[in-house]
Design a protein around this ligand. Sequence first.
Ligand code: ARG
Length: 461
Amino acid sequence: NEGSLWGARFASGPSPELARLSKSTHFDWQLARYDLAGSRAHARALAAAGYLQPAELDGMLAGLDALEARIETGELVAAESDEDVHGALEAALIEVVGPELGGKLRAGRSRNDQIATLVRLYLKDHAAVIGRELVHLIDALVAQADAHPSAIMPGRTHLQHAQPVLLAHHLLAHGWALSRDLERLVDWTKRADVSPYGGGALAGSTLGLDAAAVASDLGLASPAPNSIDGTASRDVVAEFAFVAALIGIDLSRISEEIILWNTREFGFVTLDDGYSTGSSIMPQKKNPDIAELARGKAGRLIGNLTGLLATLKALPLAYNRDLQEDKEPVFDSVETLEVLLPAFTGMVATLTFHTERMAELAPAGFSLATDVAEWLVKRHVPFRDAHEITGALVRAAEERGVGLEDLDDAQLAAVSPHLVPEVREVLSVEGSVASRDGIGGTAPARVAEQLSALADRVRQL
Ligand code: ARG
């Protein structure tokens, strides 16, 4: 039982079955450098409180630095007998600085306050990486919008032709959604910026260690105000997983459109060769695999979140070993997004839009009917009547198998005496788009305005 963290009270070591179940080094080794950062901060707090002499502190810090160097080269890895990253690194430190000094580091801390702190450090770093990737994606959407200032496409509701809109307007809609995800990550950081270190197992420490100094040493804003909450809560992990899931969902909505737009029937986009795949049997195929993987991974990100929430549900205070189950799902969410986002951004940045095909379809499906109804309103026809008249106009055109703009003066007048020839002014998609000039509307000037507003917003976050 030598070398175990709790050996003395036990007559025997853990059974092999327990050791296998209990082991977490295959995933928590990712936290090794945060564990060492925590140990350095803790050693300084022990020294400040008089539990380590200055020379001992120096020896301890040198030992921790030596471990960090060996971890970076891959030379130091967890041993088969190690349960978790904390125990493994304590054992490794003892090998370097000896049991006398190495055995002093564990005073006044527990793996419970350690792990609760380390997971925050890890997530804060990765929130910054994911945030930068989101900015790149938003930039790519903004650049595509900027490159297509006047392209008009069929705007849809219920996936049916609804009203013509600018392609740039549509692309920016996705950009705004992603900017809120970025804002969520930034806001999450405020709640993550807390250090449970010093909380011990649950009740705090008797040693008078300066938890605020440890927090600031670790780059965290403040110590946890309640040691039970600090060691037992994982809402910060769940909230991170939620933001990651929402990013996945927002990507999946873009993906679904790219997949549709890339079909022969739509013909709105062509994917760059570097961001699409072929088929092993059908030589002609060019598939939107990045969009499909993004759509699929949204499910995985949702699964990580729901798994975590289920782990936390009804868990009594304070620390329970169930909490070890928080790491694999949230690590997976991080890795998923860090691999997915760069590929996704590349796909968006290199999309070719077939604006002539979009323009051809923009007026189809009587998408200018609302413009006719609003034109009638401007001539003081009550909207209820205008809606009726326009509905009858659509039916008349549909019966003849033509568009609204193809009806002659007599056919217009037959539907309603209000439908004088000037109505044709609004029967163009350009006119329709230009006239929707309220805030947030699809008029080119409004879209140009929100394009710079979005670019600014992202820079402010
Ligand atoms: N490996 C544990 C976790 O990930 C931390 C260790 C706490 N273990 C314990 N038996 N109190 O949550």
